[in-house]
Design a binder for this molecule. Structure first.
Ligand SMILES: [Zn+2]
Length: 122
């Protein structure tokens, strides 16, 4: 973000009249930009117009919106990873009864399981 001079502040204040706010937003008196009521982070920045005079104030995500976006992205990645595991399991284990055959479900009766554990560990 550029330095907010008197000229920039005047442009911000002119543009503020056309802005629409969400319920969790307010104008910060110190810079005239839209801020988040929750984290007080800026939801707007100032950029000089390319090849001309004046400025525009595009929206941006405040820190709590960025965090929420990252969490949604991580959850989506986790969901996709689990879908991938499920697909691979379905392709690799044709018999459904084998789905429950896990080390945690093993009763320790089968001597071959020792080799299976050694295989996985190494
Ligand atoms: Zn916020």
């Amino acid at each position: 973000m550029i330095e907010i001079t008197a000229e920039v502040r005047a442009a911000i204040d002119r543009a503020a009249g056309d802005m629409e706010f969400a319920g969790d937003e307010c104008i910060e008196p110190a810079d005239g930009l839209i801020h988040c009521k929750k984290c007080h982070g800026s939801r707007q920045t100032v950029v000089p117009r390319f090849g001309g005079s004046g400025y525009f104030m595009p929206r941006r995500l405040c820190p709590c919106q960025q965090k929420a976006q990252e969490e949604r992205k991580a959850m989506e990645e986790q969901r996709e990873r689990m879908e991938s595991v499920k697909r691979r399991k379905a392709q690799g284990l044709q018999d459904r009864y084998l789905y429950d055959c896990t080390f945690s479900n093993d009763n320790g009766q089968n001597p071959v399981m020792e080799k299976a554990h050694a295989y996985v560990e190494h």
